[in-house]
Design a protein around this ligand. Structure first.
Ligand code: ZN
Length: 417
């Protein structure tokens, strides 16, 4: 910073030079020393002002550094080199670490700014998004009605109509309460629920032909995936939030983060495998059992304490990426057996895009780009782990939409007889 005093010193020297304007003004030569005296006063005032500005700036600087120290103390924020070894995961993130703190403080740090804030919120908001998607899906998708496959055929219905004039009359009059009581007294004659039966009967009588509500495939594989995604996102957010509590908590809690990832990757297989091989139970269950076993193995490996250390970072990324890549096998199989289905190609393209998102995310995770290029710059925002989280979220959301395409396809086509 320039010293204001030197500037005023320069002016003081300039004062000694006779001022040409004094003659031009017609003033007497004796006026020059008086003016020179006034200039000296001005210069002294400037000097005083300069030194007071300097003092003010120094005070502000001291105050800022005091505030930072107080904030560090208050919010337990620390620099990388001050952290215990078990919390030194990424040496390119230099500041804004939370030191060890009680669980309650760690939980409340959800609302504070530190270098884990965005890691927590990216996945916590992702978890809330998937909760909302699950509720929305549950409420809006037509749910399967298992009784429908057992509804009496229309031949049976006509048969009933011929043989039971009273039922026939009730059907024609669409007198549902009467129909209900009649069918109830018939006992075993009807295996469908009365509601289903009545809907079908009404549609038939209205001349709408096959009026049976649309048969839909089972939804459980889709909800398994949604549950897996929610498990992963919530456990990740919780781990990032609470891991700074203590060495012991950190050692235990990160295992759940890796378990969560394994659960999400494994459950992501369920909708594509189940609906692609809906009509081929052998392959369907072989793939589902296979990926479940691989998922359990990954969970088991994730529980090994050594696996948590920084030197296993690349192995971790590769293991989860490899697990995801295993999805190529059922995908190619699907293309081989159903090449004529346009929806199969469409879902394959979306699955490839999802795989690419996961892989790019894993690349950021393992290389720690961009913070390795400019350590300390991305401490709060823009670090590799935050980018990795966003890619995971985008991939999961894309998979949700792909799952809806599968459901729509199988609801319409089912399995050929
Ligand atoms: Zn994370």
């Amino acid at each position: 910073m320039d010293d204001p005093l030197s500037a005023s010193g320069l002016r003081r020297r300039e004062v000694a030079v006779p001022n040409p304007t004094s003659d031009a003004d017609g003033g007497s030569p004796s006026a020059s020393p008086r003016r020179s005296g006034r200039f000296s006063e001005v210069v002294e005032q400037l000097e005083r002002a300069g030194s007071s500005v300097k003092e003010t700036l120094e005070r502000a600087q001291d105050q800022a550094s005091e505030t930072w120290k107080a904030a560090k103390k208050r919010y337990h924020l620390m620099d990388f080199h001050e952290m215990p070894a078990y919390l030194q995961d990424n040496e390119f993130i230099r500041h804004y670490y939370r030191g060890e703190m009680p669980l309650k403080h760690a939980a409340l740090s959800l609302f504070k700014v530190h270098n884990e804030t965005l890691n927590i919120w990216t996945h916590f908001l992702g978890f809330l998004l998937f909760v909302a998607l699950t509720i929305y899906t549950w409420r809006t998708l037509p749910l399967p009605r298992p009784s429908l496959p057992h509804i009496p055929s229309f031949v049976d219905l006509l048969h009933l109509r011929q043989h039971f004039p009273t039922i026939s009359h009730a059907l024609e009059m669409a007198d549902l309460p009467h129909l209900r009581s009649l069918l109830t007294t018939m006992g075993d004659g009807v295996s469908a629920t009365l509601e289903d039966f009545a809907v079908a009967a009404q549609a038939l009588l209205a001349g709408k032909g096959v009026g049976v509500p649309q048969l839909v495939v089972t939804r459980w594989p889709f909800f398994v995936f949604l549950a897996g995604a929610m498990t992963c996102l919530l456990s990740s957010a919780t781990c990032h939030l609470l891991a700074c509590h203590s060495h012991r908590t950190s050692a235990i809690i990160w295992r759940f983060d890796y378990c969560g990832i394994a659960v999400m990757v494994a459950t992501s297989f369920f909708p594509p495998v189940y609906y692609s091989f809906l009509c081929d139970p052998l392959w369907r269950y072989m793939y589902l059992i296979g990926i479940s076993v691989i998922g359990l193995c990954c969970i088991a490996v994730s529980l090994i304490p050594t696996f948590q250390t920084a030197k296993w970072r690349t192995f971790r990324a590769s293991m989860f990426a490899g697990m995801g890549m295993a999805g190529i096998i059922p995908c190619l199989h699907k293309l081989a057996v159903l090449p004529h289905e346009s929806v199969v190609w469409k879902t394959t393209r979306l699955e490839a895009a999802m795989g690419a998102l996961y892989l790019i995310g894993a690349l950021f995770y393992s290389t720690r780009i961009p913070e390795r290029w400019k350590p300390g710059t991305f401490d709060i925002a823009g670090s590799s782990h935050q980018i990795f989280h966003l890619f995971v979220l985008a991939a999961a959301y894309l998979h949700y939409n792909t799952g809806l395409i599968y459901l729509d396809w199988r609801d319409k086509t089912g399995c050929p007889p």
